[in-house]
Every structure is written in structure tokens, then in C-alpha cells.
Ligand binder design. Sequence first.
Ligand code: 13P
Ligand code: SF4
Length: 354
Amino acid sequence: APSDPDLVARARAAKERLGDKVFVLGHHYQRDEVIQFADVTGDSFKLARDAAARPGAEYIVFCGVHFMAESADILTSDEQKVILPDLAAGCSMADMATAEQVAECWDVLTDAGIADRVVPVSYMNSSADIKSFTGEHGGTICTSSNARRALTWAFEQGEKVLFLPDQHLGRNTAVRDLGMSLDDCVVYNPHKPNGGLTERQLRDAKMILWRGHCSVHGRFSLDSVRDVRARIPGVNVLVHPECKHEVVAAADYVGSTEYIIKALEAAPAGSKWAIGTELNLVQRLANRFAPEGKEIVFLDRTVCFCSTMNRIDLPHLVWTLESLADGKEVNRIQVDRKTSDFAQLALERMLALP
Ligand code: 13P
Ligand code: SF4
């Protein structure tokens, strides 16, 4: 639906009043009504880097989800304030690994006698606590655009990787990019004693995958791929690596949101694409590329929007910008010093990956 013109005018006016004091970041999954006000758009990696590259702005308004705003706070100076327009915009995957659960897992690895050979690699989609744990134990953060480099780096530091919290990104990267077999991977279930694994399984595994997943991407299935191939002959299937391994294995191309956009920019006129990622982005790309004769469809019409990304809507953005312009600081995301030190170390290891 087109944005409410009154709200658009108010957002524009508030942003103008703030001028250089504000910098608005927008993740690719954000609604059109919000993305039109972003000074920069990107995938999680690009936005983390861009947040750090704006030292002049007093307010970084992060249109995305909580873990992204936390990472921006960790990477920016103490004077800069990171604002999340709706504090309820979390990420169900990030919530699947808590600090207590991960500490317990480390005890299990220690008891199995392998902790000193394990390097943690945590997906950006995790809380600052988990990032801190990762930094403290010699590990790095990764995003879907550098997971391959992060894992390669980790296997230079140690023999095994504990991959948190997205089992699918971990498995897909290990198998597709590093040539491991599915048998090299085990899944640690935080709700079971010892993760549901024997010491033997832990000792034999190369990749210990946390049992987390994305509730949106997890809904694409092998049938989604088969159905779209039957419906649209010659279609190219392009999916995000948060999809299940069988979906990724059946797809033609796999990559981050930024990769998906670049692939479609480079696609020839007349080509057909089925995209397996969040619906706001797919709809925007379908509209953008239709005039160039590129046919873009959503991989599975039964899959819905990411409900937490969608919480950031134009009314929340208007309220945020107007409050800041009136000198009222709202919805600041601030990671405490103790957590932020090791979390920063882990994030900087990612930014320094070759
Ligand atoms: P990207 O890093 O590819 O933008 O993915 C972020 C995300 O949350 C995917 O669900
Ligand atoms: Fe989290 Fe999935 Fe939404 Fe990305 S799409 S923010 S991983 S729930």
C-alpha cells in the first residue's frame, strides 16, 4: 500500500530539522515506507560497517532488528546514540541462544575435553552477550556474506568450530564452501542434557552447530523449489543461506541480501527468478526489475514477512524522528561496557577477515 502522505511529510520535516545530526540505516528487509527514508541500505555486514563510518552523526537510527542496533552501538563511539524505532523489533533466531545456554554448552565441551580445540563463530544474528562470549573465547562474528571467510579463518585457529546460533548457515557454509560432509556436522540442542550428544560425537565432529534457525527462511522447502521449477520453466532459484540445506542444495544460487540484489542487477532481460528470502525485499526487487523485463517471483507464496522486521513502520519512524528533533532521546540501544569489550573484539575480527 502507498505510504500515508501526511506521515511521509512529517518524517521528511523531522529529518530535515535534524539535518546532519541523524543518519538513518535501513536493512533490505524493511518496508518500502521506511526504506525511502534510509540514508543507506544494506545487508547486515554493510550496515555494521556503515554505522561505524559515520562518526559525525549524533543519532544513528537503525531501521532493522535489535541485534543489528546492538552491533552498531558496539562499533560506534560512546558519544553516538543508536536508536531502534520499535524496541520490540527482535529476531527469533537471535533469541534461540541465551548467554546461560551457551555457557552451559562450553562446560559440556570442556567436560568432553575438546573446548581448547574449539573456536566459536557466531552469526551476526545473535545478542551482544553471545558476541561477547565469542570474543572472549578467541572467536569471530560472521554474516551471510563472509561466513566462508570466517570459517576458513576459524579452522586456521583450531580444529573444530562451535557455530551459533543458525544451524543452517553453519551447515551450508561448511558443506558448500568448505567441502565438508554432512557427517562432519552435529547439532547441539540446548534443551537436552549435554546438547543431546555423546562425548564421542563431540570428539568426532568438526562443526558443532547450535540448534537455531530463522523462522521465516526455515519455511522454504524442497517442495517450494520443485513447484516453482514446474510452474516457471527455465527459472533461476536464488536463496538466502539461512534456508535449510536441502533447499540450498536444490537452488541455483545462494547468497546474502546484498548478493541477491547484485545478482538481479546483473541478470539479463528476459530472465526469470524465484527468490527465497524475506518478502519485503522480494516485492521491492520484483517491482524494480519488472520494467527491465526480469520476472521475479517469491519462492513460496505461503511464507510470510519477517514479523519483527515489519514492526518498524512509518508511524514508529515518524515518532522516533520527531522525538529526536524535539530533543527527546527515545529507544536508545546501549550495550554495557563489560559486554561490549569482548563483543567488539569479535566484531573487529570479522571486519579484519582477509
Ligand atoms: P543479510 O546479512 O543477508 O542481510 O541477512 C540478515 C538477516 O537477518 C537474514 O534473515
Ligand atoms: Fe531474524 Fe529471520 Fe527475521 Fe532475519 S528474517 S531478522 S533471521 S527472524
